[in-house]
Design a protein around this ligand. Structure first.
Ligand SMILES: [Zn+2]
Length: 660
């Protein structure tokens, strides 16, 4: 009952966490978290409060008070979960990571107990069915709570329930193993000689040595003359794309691509087990696939609806993507002076990067001088002030409150609110005080999530901010991404560090043009990821699925690019774990956000009336309002359309944006 939908984290350069203003001084504003060991008390106190509330609910007649008390249980437990998860994933201190990891395990165990608590389930069933709930939000809360209980199998027979619990545990453990492998086993390639790696990125890699090919140790006592220096390139996802973009030697690029897209190979086995466990689980729940189970509470309502939406989109984008492919291939042929050279998968990042920089002459260090972090934060302030009449203040951290020197605490003040809302902002790019434009986009994206939490006003915590149906949760964040590309917005805060001159319209145009150079290729990739995610967790064949060949086939079918035989790129696609069958939500959100931008914001993006509309028709509601109704109220009926038993986004705005 307590698992609430969280927004998809991009795990990139910026992260916000929001808490209501507190005077205490521990981690994330919780006094008890002054020390790592404090996590133990944090969990104990949450469990104690939760137990009191369970006892309280047990003796209540059916009423709205039951919904309120259960909402408090949910909030108590989720507060611990959110803090422990954030700490586990971001804290630099080992003891904090270990303690929050333990806390996370303990609170999940308690969650399991709550999710199978029949006293609570029966109380909510009664409150829902006896008409004791007067407001729409209370009725929606009761229904959501009941459905969430049933997701845990509480309504099933005892032996089925036992099996569900066992499967849930397996699913969590397999997911952790998958994610750990991605971190711990990134793979590496030793490149000899070091000169095959461009000089400007050599310092990122560790030197390695070998005897020059052809020389044998025993033949020589002049080590220095025959020893050859190379570089060890660790192929984790971040390194991989940076390296593939900059290595001109095709043989080296290919080798790095092949290794980077095959590791960690253990994850193919882990993924198969996970697919099996999720499928068994979904069947017990009465669904034909895990994808159906996961999508049922969303706007899309069924996997078939999403699949047909994606299939249509794949067809629509195909021709343009093929044309783009040909343009890139021609460019490669010209560059290599080989008329029949084929464009290979390991060429994608390299030649696209090269074409973009040569077409628009964008120099990243010139761009970065407009985006020092302090200016970017001012940009956020300008946004909230012009849109919502609110102000942001940076407030100093108290002792013990910050978990990292790069964390900044911002507090949002609104003339009509009483409570000051605080959000922590951390930049993983703390070493350089300047952001790239891509990082600015991420900052605005995460800020969109933060605003959704800060500005929602719902009766129940369970519905606040980002706790909405997964396929609408990314809409505010995608909308605020649009702001990062608009000249009228950028000129207000993107000022040259030395001269103070605002960024020129010409430069912003070039940034946009560079982004829009191969839009169909980019969209096609997102469609392919979504279809892959949906297929892997969709209806299973009678024999266990061979995910490697399935993914290869889907890539051939849905993209203009070849699959490189021997690669199994999905072994490190952690979205499969965290949001199984939910990746399509990105595309939903992108369509919604593009429509909203064009219909509501584009004309005057920074006006107060635009801001009021965003706040009153989107952010305020959190998950308390039916998402289809909310979107239609916000941007007009045409923003969605019905398809089968579910709802799909209109793609008109997206097609216009990318010139389809
Ligand atoms: Zn997001």
């Amino acid at each position: 009952m307590l698992s609430r939908a969280a927004a998809i984290r991009r795990g990139a350069a910026a992260a916000f966490s929001t808490v209501s203003a507190k005077t205490e001084t521990g981690l994330y504003g919780f006094d008890v978290l002054r020390t790592a060991k404090g996590f133990r008390r944090f969990v104990d106190e949450a469990i104690q409060r939760s137990d009191e509330l369970v006892a309280y609910v047990a003796q209540m007649p059916p009423s709205a008070e039951i919904v309120r008390a259960m909402d408090e249980i949910s909030n108590t437990v989720c507060t611990v979960i959110d803090s422990a998860e954030l700490c586990r994933q971001t804290h630099p201190d080992r003891e904090f990571v270990e303690e929050s990891d333990k806390a996370s395990m303990m609170i999940f165990e308690h969650l399991q107990y709550l999710n199978t608590n029949t006293t609570l389930y029966n109380a909510i069933l009664k409150a829902e069915s006896e008409g004791a709930l007067l407001t729409e939000e209370a009725r929606r809360a009761a229904t959501t709570l009941r459905v969430d209980f049933e997701k845990g199998g509480i309504h099933l027979s005892k032996d089925k329930l036992e099996r569900v619990n066992q499967l849930n545990l397996e699913i969590v453990q397999l997911g952790r193993k998958f994610n750990e492998n991605v971190v711990n086993k990134p793979g590496f390639v030793d490149v000899y000689p070091a000169s095959r790696v461009p000089r400007n990125i050599q310092h990122n890699f560790k030197p390695v040595y070998r005897f020059k090919p052809g020389s044998a140790e025993k033949q020589s006592n002049q080590m220095d003359t025959i020893r050859q220096q190379g570089l060890r390139i660790v192929t984790d996802s971040e390194n991989l794309s940076a390296v593939l973009r900059s290595i001109s030697d095709e043989e080296v690029r290919k080798h790095i691509y092949m290794v980077g897209n095959s590791e960690p190979c253990e994850n193919i086995g882990v993924l198969s087990e996970l697919i099996g466990a999720r499928d068994d689980f979904a069947k017990i729940m009465g669904c034909k696939s895990y994808a159906d189970f996961a999508i049922r509470p969303n706007m899309a309502a069924s996997a078939d609806v999403v699949m047909s939406f994606l299939g249509d989109l794949s067809n629509i984008v195909r021709q343009k993507a093929d044309e783009e492919f040909k343009i890139i291939q021609d460019f490669k042929r010209k560059m290599c002076n080989e008329k029949s050279a084929n464009l290979e998968p390991w060429d994608e990042d390299y030649f696209i990067g090269m074409m973009k920089s040569s077409a628009h002459n964008l120099n990243s260090s010139v761009i970065a001088k407009y985006f020092p972090l302090s200016q970017c934060l001012k940009g956020l302030n300008i946004l909230v002030e012009s849109l919502f009449g609110a102000t942001f203040h940076q407030i100093p951290m108290r002792d013990g409150e910050s978990w990292h020197p790069d964390v900044i605490k911002l507090s949002l003040h609104h003339p009509d609110e009483i409570v000051a809302l605080v959000c922590n902002f951390s930049s993983s790019n703390g070493r350089t005080p300047r952001l790239s434009h891509g990082e600015l986009e991420t900052l605005f994206h995460e800020f969109g999530h933060a605003l959704h939490s800060l500005l929602s006003r719902t009766e129940y915590q369970h519905f606040s901010g980002t706790r909405v149906a997964l396929d609408v949760a990314e809409t505010p964040s995608n909308l605020f991404e649009c702001y990062a590309w608009d000249y009228r917005v950028l000129r207000t805060f993107a000022l040259d560090e030395t001269t103070g001159d605002p960024i020129s319209e010409k430069l912003v145009k070039a940034l946009n043009a560079s982004r829009n150079m191969f839009p169909a290729t980019e969209l096609q990739r997102q469609i392919f990821y979504s279809i892959m995610d949906l297929t892997l967790f969709g209806e299973q064949p009678s024999k266990p699925m061979d995910t490697v060949s399935t993914v290869a086939d889907l890539k051939q079918k849905h993209t203009s690019w070849k699959h490189a035989e021997g690669t199994q790129w999905h072994a490190r696609f952690t979205h499969l774990i965290n949001y199984g069958a939910g990746y399509y939500s990105y595309l939903y959100a992108r369509c919604f956000a593009t429509t909203i931008w064009q219909q509501v914001c584009q004309e005057d993006p920074l006006s107060r009336s635009t801001g009021s509309t965003i706040r009153d028709k989107l952010l305020r509601h959190g998950g308390s309002k039916d998402p289809s109704t909310m979107l239609k109220d916000f941007a007009g009926d045409a923003i969605i359309r019905n398809s089968g038993t579910g709802v799909v986004p209109d793609i008109g705005a997206l097609c216009r944006e990318i010139g389809l």
